[in-house]
Design a protein around this ligand. Structure first.
Ligand SMILES: [Zn+2]
Length: 465
């Protein structure tokens, strides 16, 4: 904990020098927003959702109340396990978790501490999530001799041959994502995608590795820009990025101004909805895992997923609530840091590891704040993806617990998805959502259903102590 505290403090020191500039930055943006007819930039940000900014805020809160009981159980369970590991260093009188202990600089996704909080019951502990990294390397090397050298010991990855091998391995990763979409009936990616994308970190220059998907001509010059490594994280990321690319191409028949996501949350949710289909049975079908584990093995897998997906929601909500308050003036510059920790304490129930003051600027240590990227879209996407996933599972004819559904190779699911994607921004998102899911609003019920087995298990664990 001591070392984590030092790292946390070091990282957050990067915020302080931005503080005064950020105050001015907010003023300037608000001048622009007012000229466009908005009260402030926070209202401008919330204006893209076919409802009033006030209604939009209410929507987000409503969805949160649907998931809060699950978050509370997850939180209590994780806190108990952290105290068991770290003792006093993890225990605060106010019941909050010290933010440096959650495996992520912003405590926004907790999957990295899975090993600390994994079930100890030997019956469950035997089910380790599949080691995808190993399985992927083995399969890619076997199928693609050009890529095999990327994993062989002794290969100089900076040589021409090494670079080629790394590129081949990166492309093989993207092929997994592409094949999911083609299994649903979508046409394959164009040849230019494979020629023009950046798949690996080039050896001769510095690049932004943050994965992104591009649509250069608003027709079919699709590309990704990534620095792919062969591992679990990138396996999910390629599905996420291709979700953007397949969306971009699907709406290319729309008039130019309608070539966009139904709202920005939709765009982020497509690939993730598809990636939810990466179930143990899907991995077995691909030959990436040998056996399909029994139903009880769902708990470790669900816990691992919830540490990322559920823990993220209160962070995302707190982040943009803070910015809306900053833009509106409700949060004064003199209280930036106090308000930041009040919101994070209220929603996430996390606390900074050391006392903070108004000489600090902890929000500034999160990339999306200085880079000024709105965050509500990620919150929406986390919830929409389960709505989309359920709709495609239903369309595929799947019956059974939602978390075990994979709609791989289902044409009816693909048709449903294609229809939603092709609509682009041509109608209010509520209508597009209704055609897809039967509901015209953000609804966390599908997400709650997905995690229902975990929720029951967590309640039992928390009742034990
Ligand atoms: Zn994205």
């Amino acid at each position: 904990p001591e070392e984590l505290r030092k790292i946390w403090v070091g990282w957050h020191d990067t915020g302080a020098p931005m503080r005064q500039k950020y105050v001015r930055f907010i003023e300037l943006q608000n001048i622009g927003a007012k000229e466009l007819g908005y009260k402030d930039t926070g209202e401008l940000w919330r204006a893209g959702y076919d409802m009033t900014p006030a209604e939009f805020s209410v929507e987000l809160e409503r969805a949160w109340t649907q998931l809060q009981p699950l978050y509370d159980e997850l939180f209590t369970y994780v806190r108990t396990r952290l105290i068991a590991k770290y003792g006093k260093a993890a225990e605060r009188a106010d019941g909050k978790i010290p933010a440096q202990l959650l495996g992520n600089m912003w405590a926004q996704e907790w999957g990295n501490i899975y090993d600390i909080v994994a079930p100890t019951d030997p019956k469950l502990a035997q089910y380790k999530p599949v080691n995808l990294e190993e399985a992927l390397k083995k399969q890619i090397a076997a199928k693609d001799p050009a890529a095999a050298a990327a994993f062989a010991s002794g290969t100089d990855l900076t040589s021409d041959a090494g670079q080629d091998a790394k590129t081949a391995a990166g492309k093989a990763m993207v092929r997994y994502g592409e094949s999911f979409f083609t299994s649903l009936g979508f046409p394959a990616l164009p040849a230019t995608f494979w020629e023009r994308s950046q798949f690996i970190h080039p050896r001769d220059r510095d690049v932004v590795c943050h994965a992104s998907a591009w649509d250069l001509d608003s027709v079919d010059d699709l590309r990704v820009k990534m620095c792919i490594e062969v591992n679990d994280d990138y396996f999910t990321t390629v599905h996420h990025e291709l979700g953007h690319n397949f969306y971009q191409r699907a709406y290319n028949k729309q008039p130019f101004l309608f070539r966009g996501g139904a709202n920005d949350g939709f765009h982020e949710a497509i690939g993730d909805a598809v990636a939810l289909s990466i179930t143990p049975s899907y991995l077995k079908a691909l030959g990436l895992s040998e056996s399909e584990p029994p139903a009880e093995a769902d708990i470790p897998l669900q816990l691992r997923t919830a540490l990322d997906k559920i823990a993220f929601l209160p962070f995302a909500l707190a982040l943009d609530k803070w910015r809306w308050g900053v833009f509106s003036g409700e949060i004064k510059p003199a209280d930036y840091n106090k308000a930041w920790w009040e919101l994070r304490g209220k929603y996430q129930k996390v606390a900074p590891p050391v006392d903070r003051s108004e000489t600090d600027f902890d929000a500034g240590a999160k990339m999306h704040v200085p880079a000024n990227v709105p965050y509500a879209r990620y919150y929406l996407a986390r919830i929409y993806q389960f709505q989309f996933y359920k709709a495609m599972c239903d369309a595929s004819g799947y019956k059974g617990p939602l978390n075990r559904c994979s709609f791989f190779a289902s044409k009816p699911a693909g048709d449903k998805l294609a229809k939603m994607l092709e609509a682009g921004q041509s109608q209010p998102w509520q209508q597009t959502l209704k055609e897809m899911t039967g509901s015209d609003h953000l609804d966390a019920q599908a997400m709650a259903d997905y995690f229902a087995p975990l929720y029951e298990w967590l309640k039992m664990q928390n009742a034990k102590k």
